[in-house]
Design a protein around this ligand. Structure first.
Ligand code: ADP
Ligand code: MG
Length: 685
């Protein structure tokens, strides 16, 4: 057969692209396979389209794309039965590469092969990353001879006629020494699984194996590695719940069953399909092995969708497919792309709508799954304003009796009893039902409702709720004694006067388990506990927040401070006060008379010096004042020592404090043992 042969130079403006391709595209060599296969898919799909509009009258036949390795010849071949190319088309589509400013661009994006390949339409040429010679053997579906194009990785190519009857294209890569990995079956299998799993045209690699006479043997049946009709490409109406579940398993074989799915199917104003799944997300932010996979017309692109969809949506699983997302471009470009932004907003809206749907149509189911959904929904509400607006209607609050309420429902419930004297609505919460049991109980006894906020993320979220919901304040049940959790105008008289309280302070202080306890007095009901340990909402929250965010170290490193609240109306406390007065009332009385005299001296001196500036004072006056101040301090110390002495020996005081520690789970080890022994000895008396 007579053949014509043509030689030429690939038409590029830059001197020679090949060294550049080799040199700079090192990081992502493997994507050459994705590029060649998607060209083969394109060629096949185009032929189908031509056939469907009557422009191709021949037989379509078997359209399977075949990948094969020849280890001896060191070749990897991608064959399709698509529309093929004429020699003219090779000239046009392969030889002419617009490539101006390439070198500069390459240097800038040398780590991002995707960007370069996409930018210059270098899909086919990426094969030179792994080959020292590439052949194209192709016969167009149109009439005419087949052609062979050969290029050895320099700008020279050979284009000649070739003897071939069958329509379609073979791309033959002569794999170079450094790329021998791509002659390994396992490596290619891995790549096909990554990039080609859901391509719309069957892809064959190797043969099916069969168990025969005690071993696996190859059959002559092609092994098809892809699912050409993945669930997301079908109509939602044609799919059952089982189909969605099966597809999830196909995507993530090891994952636990998801909670719900959303099937996205949009064709205006952009094209987007996909299925998103809500996985069970409890407390673990980091563990996120199963990611959303992004496709373009069923070609896998990436599984790092950060910046493409809002952060909280990256907690979902599943697939997104859109030909409108520009794929072969850099990430920063993607993030600023208007289409991408629209798509992202659309997904957010769809997710919110779907949740709303489930909430309205099956509230019971929604409540059952709330604990697993909560982190996701709250995170979305915190980070996406638009999502907040929608989710506000179905987001739930859960109370310590495991009942669920919407924000509006809950507000109605607590409005009457939990509004404080300033008109603030006080939401009470606990984060540990066991540890805070006595506080929860005390609040309930007072007719309050207590929420459970036990997520690692809740402190942040309730800050947000305080900003969003009007006149709202969240207070943990153990941050105050129950009377003061919600401040109202009622005031209860104290059975112990101020002076007695001053005396009791060192008595109780002498027995606190460490420095971080401040003794305060409250006139509570006589049935409330005699001593209660609280921790201020603000201080605790600052510490928790700084732990979460890693910043604000000042707060994180502060020591924990607690209030030890002594109930001045409790009979046992009153009894302690009586005992104290009996044991050291006379002595302390005398000291106080002394103290009173010195204080009076100091007051009259202060009066005398009033109005004078510091530098107008005579040395003598300064000395006198200092002496009196010192004396007051000394006498106070003397008084406190006597009272501490009483406190240290008073088993009841220790017992009261230990009971308060016990009620908040703070008594353990040696202290607990001592408490038990003391309790027994007190019983025996
Ligand atoms: P792109 O796919 O972005 O157009 P490529 O460099 O991957 O860029 O391919 C260039 C062109 O070569 C394609 O547009 C197509 O016209 C032609 N081509 C490549 N591979 C094939 C193939 N297997 N069958 C038919 N035409 C092909
Ligand atoms: Mg291509």
């Amino acid at each position: 057969m007579e053949t014509s042969k043509q030689q030429g130079t690939i038409n590029v403006t830059s001197e020679n692209i090949f060294p550049i391709i080799k040199k700079f595209l090192y990081s992502d060599h493997e994507i050459f396979l994705r590029e060649l296969i998607s060209n083969a898919v394109d060629a096949t799909q185009k032929l189908k389209t031509l056939a469907s509009v009557g422009e191709f009258a021949g037989e379509l036949g078997d359209l399977t794309i075949r990948i094969s390795i020849d280890k001896k010849k060191k070749t990897l071949t991608v064959s399709d039965r698509g529309l093929g190319m004429t020699a003219k088309e090779i000239e046009k589509f392969i030889n002419q590469i617009a490539f101006s400013g390439a070198e500069e661009f390459m240097k800038k994006y040398k780590k991002d092969a995707n960007a370069i390949i996409g930018h210059f339409g270098l899909g086919f040429y990426s094969s030179f990353m792994v080959s020292d010679k590439v052949e194209i053997i192709t016969k167009s579906h149109k009439r005419g001879k087949a052609a062979r194009w050969t290029c050895k990785g320099d700008p020279q190519y050979v284009l000649e006629e070739f003897d071939r009857e069958e329509r379609g294209t073979d791309i033959i890569l002569h794999i170079d020494k450094d790329s021998a990995e791509f002659l390994e079956e396992d490596r290619i299998h891995g790549l096909l699984n990554k990039y080609s799993r859901f391509l719309p045209v069957p892809i064959a690699f190797g043969k099916e194996k069969e168990w025969k006479d005690g071993k696996y043997v190859e059959t002559d049946k092609d092994k098809i590695i892809n699912n050409t009709e993945p669930a997301w490409t079908k109509k939602p109406a044609d799919l059952k719940d089982e189909d969605y579940a099966a597809f999830y398993k196909e995507l993530y074989p090891m994952a636990e069953e998801p909670l719900f799915h959303i099937h996205l199917n949009v064709d205006y104003p952009f094209n987007l399909t996909g299925i998103l799944y809500f996985p069970k997300i409890r407390n673990n932010f980091e563990v996120q092995k199963n990611k959303i996979q992004l496709f373009s017309n069923q070609v896998y692109v990436t599984d790092s969708v950060e910046g493409i969809v809002p952060d909280f949506l990256t907690l979902l699983h599943g697939v997104l497919d859109s030909p409108d997302i520009p794929l072969n471009v850099s990430r920063s470009y993607l993030q600023s792309d208007q289409n991408v932004k629209k798509i992202s907003a659309h997904i957010t809206k769809k997710v919110a709508d779907r949740l709303k749907d489930i909430f309205t149509s099956n509230r019971e189911q929604f409540e059952q799954k709330w604990d697993d959904l909560k982190l996701f929904i709250n995170y979305g509400m915190l980070t996406e304003e638009k999502f907040w607006d929608k989710a506000r209607e179905f987001a739930l609050l859960k109370n310590t009796d495991d009942k669920y309420f919407t924000y509006d429902e809950y507000k109605e419930i607590i409005k009457g009893n939990q509004t404080d004297k300033n008109g603030m609505l006080v939401y009470l919460y606990a984060n540990d039902k066991n540890e805070q049991y006595s506080f929860i109980q005390a609040a309930k006894d007072k007719g309050y409702d207590v929420l459970i906020m036990d997520g690692q993320f809740d402190t942040h979220f309730l800050n947000h709720l305080e900003e969003k919901l009007e006149k709202t304040h969240f207070v943990r049940v153990d941050s105050e004694v129950v009377e003061k959790l919600i401040e109202k105008d009622e005031k209860r008289d104290s059975k112990l006067d101020q002076n007695t309280q001053d005396w009791l302070k060192p008595v109780f202080k002498s027995q606190t388990p460490g420095e971080g306890y401040f003794i305060t007095f409250e006139s509570l009901s006589e049935t409330a506990a005699p001593v209660i340990i609280t921790q201020s909402e603000w201080g605790r929250r600052m510490k928790e927040m700084s732990k979460l965010s890693g910043g604000m170290n000042f707060y994180r490193d502060l020591p924990d401070n607690f209030n030890m609240v002594v109930n001045t109306n409790h009979p046992v406390v009153i009894d302690v006060a009586e005992q104290m007065k009996g044991a050291c009332g006379d002595e302390v009385g005398k000291i106080e008379e002394n103290l009173k005299a010195v204080r009076e001296d100091k007051e009259s001196l202060d009066k005398l010096l009033k109005g004078k500036k510091e530098d107008e004072l005579m040395q003598e006056e300064k000395d006198k004042r200092e002496e009196l101040e010192k004396k007051v301090e000394e006498i106070e110390k003397q008084r406190d020592e006597v009272l501490s002495g009483f406190g240290k020996d008073a088993k009841v005081v220790k017992q009261l404090i230990d009971l308060a520690l016990l009620a908040t789970n703070r008594l353990s080890g040696e202290a607990l043992d001592a408490f038990v022994k003391r309790s027994i000895s007190l019983l025996g008396k």
